[in-house]
Design a protein around this ligand. Structure first.
Ligand SMILES: Nc1ncnc2c1ncn2[C@@H]1O[C@H](COP(=O)(O)OP(=O)(O)OP(=O)(O)O)[C@@H](O)[C@H]1O
Length: 260
């Protein structure tokens, strides 16, 4: 399978207002993308569409080569892992880390089906890959924000998805925890069997090297998309944010300063 996401000429209108406008975006297997945009630029709306929660007003959407309109969206969702802050709010705090991870297999919040010994083994392997095996036996409510995010990412990986969407996973993290989480994501993404990752952020410096490609969204439209090295330049981002910016690349990441 080559095209993980294929969005063609998509508009989405609500209450007479254009929320997404002429979106064209293709994600191929082997690529990992960052999606960058200010508040209200349409990032969540776009993710809702990729997950089949909303339908394009015009245009075509195909995910994992399943054209919307001709596919069972609920079946398709089993191949998509989605980690968002709204998920975080729905987790039962008294539940243990490994149970939360295992629940990802059933796409449920609690455990309604009986997991197997292999499921628990897989959950522990995922926690280990994210550098947090010790959280398996910890109650969720006793975990730090960064630890909670790692548990939720492991949960998102439990069903071995082909596409993993991380919607602002660093929200609420201090900079040390944030770097820890980004390092874990980077390392995980380098594995051969890693899913395609879409990483939504407000922060340019969070676009770590595995995010080879970047989509810039502004006012519900694609401002620019392509190789992160070409997209994250002083000139481009100054136009994008409409403010003079200087971008310095350090350790394969773009760091931004506002020029006064
Ligand atoms: N169901 C809806 N009905 C009307 N307007 C909507 C609806 N969903 C989103 N919008 C509007 O569409 C715009 C884009 O919203 P969206 O949540 O996609 O932005 P975002 O980039 O995810 O923002 P943030 O970074 O703040 O999460 C906003 O102006 C929002 O108010």
């Amino acid at each position: 399978m080559n095209k993980v996401i294929d969005i063609k000429n998509v508009d989405w209108l609500r209450d007479g207002k254009v929320i997404l406008s002429d979106i064209n975006w293709q994600v191929k297997r082997g690529e990992h993308w960052a999606v960058l945009g200010l508040n209200g630029s349409g990032k969540t709306t776009l993710l809702n569409m990729i997950n089949g929660y909303i339908w394009p007003t015009t245009g075509k959407v195909s995910v994992l080569e399943q054209p919307f309109g001709k596919t069972d969206i609920r079946e398709l969702r089993k191949s998509i892992g989605w980690v968002s802050s709204s998920l975080q709010e729905r987790i039962n705090g008294t539940e243990y880390g490994e149970n939360i991870v295992v629940s990802g297999k059933f796409a449920s919040i609690g455990l309604y089906e009986e997991p197997t010994v292999e499921d628990y083994q897989h959950a522990r392997e995922l926690l280990e890959q994210l550098g947090c095996s010790h959280l398996a036996e910890r109650k969720y409510q006793t975990c730090s924000q960064g630890e909670k995010q790692k548990i939720l990412i492991a949960r998102g990986l439990m069903a071995s998805p082909e596409l993993l969407i991380l919607d602002e996973p660093t929200n609420g993290l201090d900079f040390i925890s944030r770097e820890g989480l980004l390092a874990a994501i980077n390392q995980f993404a380098l594995q051969d069997d890693a899913p395609t990752i879409i990483f939504v952020t407000h922060h340019i410096e969070e676009i770590i090297p595995i995010f080879t490609n970047t989509l810039l969204l502004r006012n519900g439209a694609v401002f620019n998309r392509g190789k992160s090295k070409d997209i994250l330049t002083s000139e481009n981002l100054s136009h994008f944010f409409d403010i003079p910016l200087d971008v310095a690349w350090r350790k394969n990441r773009a760091w931004v300063t506002i020029i006064d």
